[in-house]
Design a protein around this ligand. Structure first.
Ligand code: SUG
Length: 446
């Protein structure tokens, strides 16, 4: 019997959530720069999503926030003295870099790593490659604490392999699972791993976006597939449409989402749509199933509406009755073209028969929807039992975390507040307590 379930590990929003406009190419991040954030509300919105999905019977866990500010980053670029000196001087001389050191971006755990379940890998272990997130300073240093967290949660080396991030150089720009989709007959069956890249470093003739950066390279995707020991006939590499990147589609998960044998995608997601579908059909035949593509035409939902509503940054979840639910941000209901499309989708008699909508406004204003907030890890029952249990979402963990957020999080944070030395002290105290709640004190003891 197949005991494998897909766990969604949502990034718990950290206490320094703010709008610093750090992500050029991410329209929401750029347009909300310097507005006031509400870290408390952001964390509660994320927790409400986790709780609701866990209550529905979906396997739900979390990845803890990272310690901020990252003094290592600030000290490595010449800010010295006491912690208070470092913060005061960075605030004066380099406020944007201070914002980078304070970023709560690890909440978007889709970018934490790429994950291959044991059914796909040569050595039968679950493989993780931590993403280097090279393309943005504020995300490029997440990898150290991400690797530490994954190794604490997935400790058993006979079942799990956590690879360090790829070399930190433009050739290996890697954004983790945001550009990776697994399609399969069932979560526990050997699947097809689809890697979507934005550019190719070592091919001068390859197309690339003109306006906004392509964050993922083909070379990085190939390296991850090699590290994980994937089967070539079930591994597909395709290029994202550079024109879509130039319209704000900074990751593939802003324009396509897959689950089981279903791929919901926009007509402008890929550079060569028909070649992508053919390649997936072949690969899925090798995995013993048939692709069920759901194509959204530009005439139904223009790319601009997909970006504004985050229709594709949704979670497509398998239900026990064999149908699928689509977890969407509330913005989808507020966009007339998207709301109309979704109504038709659930009424179509196709695989998706339910919409679950969440208010994730705090995260959305930085360009992070439901899919950005979660890392998918398919685990057999034995693997699930072998991971650290303190991060699995339950009613009692939910209650403890809501109370913890209430005790420690601010409800207003503007970028200039990052200069306040008390904030660093507050965050340290909050996270030390969180380490105890989750049974992972080692994450914050350094
Ligand atoms: O990397 N935003 C994130 C959003 C990540 C979304 N993830 C996926 N699509 N999987 C990013 O651009 C904004 C931070 C700021 O501006 O303060 C930010 O990092």
């Amino acid at each position: 019997m197949d005991t494998t379930r897909e766990f969604n590990f949502d990034g718990l929003v950290g206490p320094s959530h703010n709008y610093a406009g750090l992500s050029f190419g991410n329209v929401a991040s750029f347009s909300n720069v310097k507005s006031m954030s509400n870290p408390k509300q952001a964390a509660l919105q994320g927790l409400a999503k986790m709780r609701a999905l866990a209550a529905r019977g979906f396997a739900q866990a979390l990845l803890p926030p990272q310690l901020r500010p990252d003094f290592r980053l600030l000290r490595s670029i010449g800010f010295g003295g006491s912690d208070a000196d470092v913060l005061a001087r960075a605030a004066r001389e380099a406020p944007v870099i201070l914002a980078c050191a304070y970023s709560a971006a690890p909440m978007w755990s889709a970018n934490a790593a790429t994950v291959s379940p044991s059914a796909d890998t040569m050595d039968g272990r679950v493989h993780f490659t931590v993403a280097n997130l090279n393309s943005k300073l504020h995300r490029s240093y997440e990898q150290t604490q991400t690797a530490r967290a994954l190794r604490s949660i997935f400790r058993d080396g006979t079942r799990f392999a956590v690879h360090d991030a790829l070399p930190a150089t433009p050739a290996f720009g890697d954004e983790g699972a945001a550009n990776h989709t697994r399609l399969c007959a069932a979560h526990g069956a050997a699947g097809v791993e689809l890697f979507v890249y934005g550019r190719v470093e070592f091919d001068a003739a390859a197309l690339a976006p003109q306006r906004f950066p392509a964050r993922q390279t083909l070379e990085a995707s190939q390296a991850v597939a090699r590290l994980h020991g994937l089967q070539p006939q079930r591994t597909v590499y395709v290029q994202q449409d550079p024109a879509a990147i130039d319209q704000g589609v900074f990751h593939n998960d802003v324009i396509a989402v897959g689950n089981g044998n279903v791929l919901l995608y926009h007509q402008q997601a890929f550079l060569d749509e028909s070649a992508v579908i053919t390649a997936l059909q072949h690969a899925l035949a090798d995995a013993g199933t048939e692709l069920q593509p759901i194509r959204v035409a530009s005439s139904q939902v223009p790319v601009a509406d997909a970006v504004a509503s985050y229709l594709f940054n949704s979670q497509l979840l398998s239900k026990s009755d064999g149908r699928m639910a689509l977890v969407v941000p509330q913005e989808c209901q507020e966009n007339p073209a998207v709301a109309r499309y979704l109504q038709g989708l659930v009424a179509s008699g196709g695989p998706v028969d339910e919409l679950i909508s969440f208010d994730l406004r705090q995260s959305m204003r930085n360009g992070g929807g439901p899919a950005c907030l979660r890392l998918r890890v398919a685990l057999s029952a034995a693997e699930a039992a072998a991971m650290h249990q303190g991060v699995v979402m339950t009613e009692s963990l939910y209650a403890s975390l809501v109370a913890w957020v209430g005790r420690h999080y601010r409800d207003r944070l503007a970028p200039q507040d990052l200069a306040d030395p008390l904030l660093a002290i507050e965050i340290q105290a909050a996270l030390e307590e969180l380490g105890m709640i989750l049974g992972l004190p080692e994450l914050y003891a350094f």
